[in-house]
Design a protein around this ligand. Sequence first.
Ligand code: OOG
Length: 256
Amino acid sequence: MSLTDGEVERLAHELDDAQTSTRAVTGRSGGEDWDVASAYRVQRALVSRRRSRGERPIGLKLGFTSRAKMRQMGVHEVIVGQLTDAMDVPDGGELGLGGLIHPRVEPEVAFRIARDVDPDEPSASLATAVDAVAPALEIIDSRYRDFRFSYADVIADNTSAAAFVVGPWSAVRPLDNLAVRMDLGSRTVAVGSTGAILGDPLRGLRLLAGIARRHSIPLRAGDVVLAGAATAAVPLTEGFATAQVSTLGRVSVRVA
Ligand code: OOG
């Protein structure tokens, strides 16, 4: 079922309020089913609310790209969300738990997009627009109670995007099998491989290009793309969160 413009605005308002007041809401799941195109319309309306508060879009993120994440959340298809400068935490910087509801952290790989991407160019050519890669941490924070949502719900909620940290950029290299480790303080909480991200994170870029085209989400020079988690997400706690992605290096954030 497709939503009216009024329903799209109402849902965007509700999700935006949930984020700014750190009070979770209940998803539409359980009620009537709704369609993916409407869910991306809600996401667009939600991001435009953030823009009207002065936030600047600076990239995109993929979600549900690994079996571990799909299994954890009971979802089977890739989703795309939007990143703004307000979510960008510098490597080694600090993130306050105060503005978050029930944050979780995931180790990821980030791509840097070197040129504006023409929505009509073939999906496979998006890889040629990437000029650097980096290890990254993504902090997700569903605005839905207990992280319980349907596929459309989580798209509408901008794929739970809350914050991200990108480590040192370096030259593009094969990413199909780099060891990934995530630590919270001195505890290793997740281990995996970049190969868990769709066999190769580059494959995610192709899917992202198709979804971005279908739902009119632009990709511009300088944008960051988070390729999706390599492992299941782990509840974020105070202290240092660190991800090490083999030869790509380390990225960390101090959570306070
Ligand atoms: C949705 C976001 C998933 C990923 O990397 O799979 C995601 C969620 O699990 O709340 O970002």
